[in-house]
Design a protein around this ligand. Sequence first.
Ligand code: KIV
Ligand code: ZN
Length: 521
Amino acid sequence: MASPYPSGQRKILIFDTTLRDGEQSPGASLTMNEKLMIARQLARLNVDVIEAGFPIASEGEFNAVRQIAQQVKGPIICGLARATKGDIDAAWNAIKHSEKPRIHTFIATSQIHLEKKLRKSKEEIIAITEEAVAYAKSLSKDVEFSPEDAARTDLTYMCDVVRAAIKAGATTVNIPDTVGYAEPEEFGSRIRKIFELVPEAKHIVISCHCHNDLGLAVANSLAAIQNGATQVECTVNGIGERAGNASMEEIVMNLRTRKDYFRNFSTGINTKEIYKASRMVADFTGIAVQRNKAIVGANAFAHEAGIHQHGVLSDKSTYEIMTPEEVGWMGEGIVMGKHSGKHATEAILKEMGYGFSAEQVDLVTTRIKTLADKQKQVMRDDIIAIANDIAGALAEEQNIIQLEEVRVSTGNKVQPTAHVTLIMRGQLKTGEGRGVGPVDAVSKAISAIIGPSISLKEYNLKAITGGTNALANVSITVEDDKGNVFSSEAVDEDVIMASAKALVKGINRAISTSIQRQAGL
Ligand code: KIV
Ligand code: ZN
């Protein structure tokens, strides 16, 4: 489908909402420092806009958005707000110190939302849109407006709302497929019709925001681009509410790999930073990347079938449509052994973009040496996992519970038993647990200390590289007594220790959220 713009290159703006819509994935709660680290990585990726959060949601969220706005340079920093004065004020106060602040305000426009959620007429929604956008504009020159559930909104009415938002000062109008209902041709045509029915749309940015409920978020975003959208909203690894949002790396690599097809479109993304961003988001959110995920899954560049291997060895282009290096996957080459020192670690961390202090480099070096003693060779993925683990641990300074000691006895003739000691608000507390296996015993020992209000729901273990002495990566989900779920992840050379660390991290997340909620934040 032809773009409504004259021929020539069009830059597609990448609006990353990993820290806002992505964080709405069930269980994915990030600490302030984790958010800050992800935001810095997004800046290294060179995204155009970072949606840093929804400042009115809680004091923690407000502070995280404010820190990102103050510290992260390069991209526009955006805060989300419902179409109310209170939300818009909170968003503005959180982002106003950014070099490039943007307020993103939204209200639903589909009939089903109008009747069942907002109980408002179409005219009332238009009036609220005008008022909210005009108010946001009085604070910020960069204002984005979204008619929520646009893909299920009557087209003529949606265009009336878009026209009203532009008239009130919106510089970007975003068209969300909030529930992932649209089909690519249909969604593309909806975007094209905006330019036909609202000619002033040519003077602003028309954006798309697609959810993946039917697995079409990326296809719908590409259709939107082909029909005139010049901004795409997406997340790293495609995380997000329910089935997630459009995956940033998939959109970017489609446009890049199929330049012959998407001839007029390019992004400013530094694709070499994609792999690290993907691992960082997976490690911090605890939402693992599925092995066969396009672009960043572990199998994406593993040519396992013999016939493929033969083809790849003779000429890579037989089975590789893009190179692993393009997305920053350096291969699993052996990079360090037990004799490699601090300088080698520092060089690798620097090359991978981690801005660690000398003490933090020491911590990583010690962990690498311990692993190299057991595993002989430490792979690049091991180092990324250790670096992310240490970065995450440093970010959790405000931990309510700390793991002090784990002792386990197990065997085929005895019931596995664990003794765990935690430091809770400065006091040592030890619990004992017996279980079907050592991990179960550790989980029960921790429960014996903290009580039954937080329970383990899901447990996943994977070896990062290597064999039985590999670095273990444990991702878990815990649930509190109100049904809220929290994910976390930890790595260690020892499976039991990785499990205990992941559990303590998940419990800390559950407790901090409950404290915030009790305080009415
Ligand atoms: O999915 C959606 O509609 C949203 C809006 C707030 C843009 O996330
Ligand atoms: Zn969304």
